[in-house]
Design a protein around this ligand. Sequence first.
Ligand code: NAD
Length: 347
Amino acid sequence: MAASPKDPQLMRSLLDAGSFLLLAAWLIVKAIYRACLPATYSYRKDISGEVALVTGGGGGLGRLLALRLAKLGAKVVLWDINIKGVEETVGLVKGLGGKAYGFECNLADKDDVYRVAKKTQQEVGNVNILINNAGVVSGQLLLNTPDHLIKRTFDVNVISHFWTVKAFLPKMIEKDHGHIVTIASMAGHIGVTKLVDYCASKYAAVGFDEALKVELEAQGVLGVKTTVICPYFIQQTGMFENVSSKFLPTLKSNDVADRIIEAIQREENLVTIPGIFRGLGILKVIMPWEVISLFIRAILPDAAPHQQMSPIVQIRETEDTLPHKSDSITSAMSQLNHRLLATGKDL
Ligand SMILES: NC(=O)c1ccc[n+]([C@@H]2O[C@H](COP(=O)([O-])OP(=O)(O)OC[C@H]3O[C@@H](n4cnc5c(N)ncnc54)[C@H](O)[C@@H]3O)[C@@H](O)[C@H]2O)c1
């Protein structure tokens, strides 16, 4: 039987569809306005006095983020399996006049994450900004990758996010204030040879952020934000050092750190670095698979990190092979100064 124009169910559905379209149009106009607004006029939240936890803060991107967060007045907490690296970062932040607290934590071990989370809460306070940054890569053909490395990739790159978020989200919800940042990768949007476990873990990290965001919004928790960051390959962090990338230049680590801080301050949802990669999702839908595959294989003939420094290897190094703490802090400081001078960038 055909529905009559006075059918209450049909009227309700039409009304719902109409309200949805109106609201969607308003949100699109708002998003376009925000995107067109010059950077100086756009909203940037104040993060001074916030407690910001950076996992994997013992080196690479985590260290660069810690320095920037401290410069903006945040109390920085650093977790890493590499305690020497954490000590160096704490020294560097303190050298800038910032506040930093370092903890040794193995993110692949759930009990260790919960133990260190409790210690952090007791010794520093509630974490308001959680940056899930630590990551590992195996970098081999799937059939050559030992099972334990595949498991480690998932444990560190995504499973640990469940434990850190479960540890710190309740207080954020209670105060309706907080920010959860996921450092994923462009490998969370495109599959790459020799990175099967890494890509799969990063796709999962992108999904983790999106589902968590929707869940918070559905519960009316609007004061807790989430951001997912998806960079292309980065130079000078140790993870994908010397990766072969044809046509597309790899990213400068300082530029990536600057963009991440901007995304946190502007409470952005999904950030690809470079921004033009945002369009890849559309291309993947409209292009034949053969074109996508040709493109990926052309720009990344070999994505295996040639000089990968596995963190597991790093902590197994003996005291003799590691530089003296003060020497390494001095060398890290001078490297940082050199980089800043070279790029002409302020922290
Ligand atoms: N380097 C790149 O090209 C690139 C590109 C896109 C995304 N990313 C992502 O950015 C993030 C930071 O990467 P990076 O380039 O600074 O790498 P990095 O190797 O320099 O730093 C990773 C940090 O994580 C720590 N870590 C590893 N396993 C751990 C564990 N079990 N427990 C605690 N800490 C552990 C390491 O000790 C290290 O300090 C990662 O999530 C990575 O996947 C990197």
